[in-house]
Ligand binder design. Structure first.
Ligand code: ATP
Length: 233
């Protein structure tokens, strides 16, 4: 159960690649923090993990299989939560949105309900099933997006700046859940500028700079992080 990028390169236009020859393996059950300054290529890298972007060069495999060979398998195995989830919702209400993924997996109703309850509980949105998504705050939407990914029970969960709109309690609750998932063997990749509380959870911190891996360490020094434009925790 791994995600492997081998010499992954992606460019949006004619200019320099946004990601330039990155080789990186997210091991089974690993908790990886991906950091780096604005524009360093973090989002471009993780979007390759489930085929939202197709490499211009190199390969990305999920659980040993090239992503391009089976997009459905890659998207089932890799749960993604994006920075601005506004466009990612498929239903009008919280419960229907979180249930959508599990319904598409063909699970029975009891299992779907169990997953929706559990996922909403994890993001402190229990009992909010009938709330309309367009009437939620930004932070509540972010939490519903996280719940939607949790309810899929993916092998790997990738969250791109998941804490931006979250208050302290929601942040702590999501961190607790990520730690529990990791303990259950799910690999977790968190893209963030904010390493607070994360370095103790993380097995490894990878820092991108100009589309390349500039640092890959279990416990990077504050000086090394600062040097690369990342604020130490
Ligand atoms: N849709 C796009 N079209 C053109 N260029 C893009 C697009 N998305 C990203 N880029 C460029 O690719 C580079 C890497 O962007 P990316 O979003 O991957 O970085 P990031 O590290 O996630 O940044 P941030 O911390 O600001 O979210 C940047 O130079 C950015 O301007």
């Amino acid at each position: 159960m791994t995600i492997t990028a081998a010499d992954y390169t992606y460019r949006y236009g004619e200019g320099a690649p946004a990601v330039d020859g990155v080789s990186l393996t997210v091991a089974d059950g690993e908790f990886l923090v991906l950091a780096g300054p604005n524009g360093s290529g973090k989002t471009t890298l993780v979007r390759g993990f489930n085929g939202l972007l197709t490499p211009d060069a190199g390969d990305i495999s999920v659980n040993g299989r090239p992503v391009a060979d089976d997009l459905v398998a890659a998207r089932t195995a890799v749960g993604m939560v994006f920075q601005d989830p506004r466009d990612g919702f498929v239903a009008a209400t919280v419960g229907a949105d979180v249930a959508f993924g599990p319904e598409n997996l063909g699970l029975d109703r009891a299992e779907i309900d169990r997953r929706v309850d559990d996922a909403l509980d994890a993001v402190r949105m229990q009992g909010r099933e009938t709330d309309r998504i367009d009437e939620l705050s930004g932070g509540e939407r972010e939490r519903v997006a996280i719940a939607g990914a949790l309810a899929m029970a993916p092998d790997h969960l990738v969250l791109d700046e998941p804490f931006t709109g979250l208050d302290l309690r929601a942040r702590e609750s999501v961190l607790d859940r990520l730690a529990a998932l990791d303990a259950d063997g799910v690999s977790v990749v968190v893209v963030t500028h904010d390493l607070r509380d994360l370095t103790s959870l993380a097995d490894r911190v990878v820092v991108l700079s100009d589309g390349s891996v500039a640092l890959d360490a279990a416990d990077p020094s504050p000086a090394a992080l600062r040097e690369l434009g990342v604020r130490p925790p």
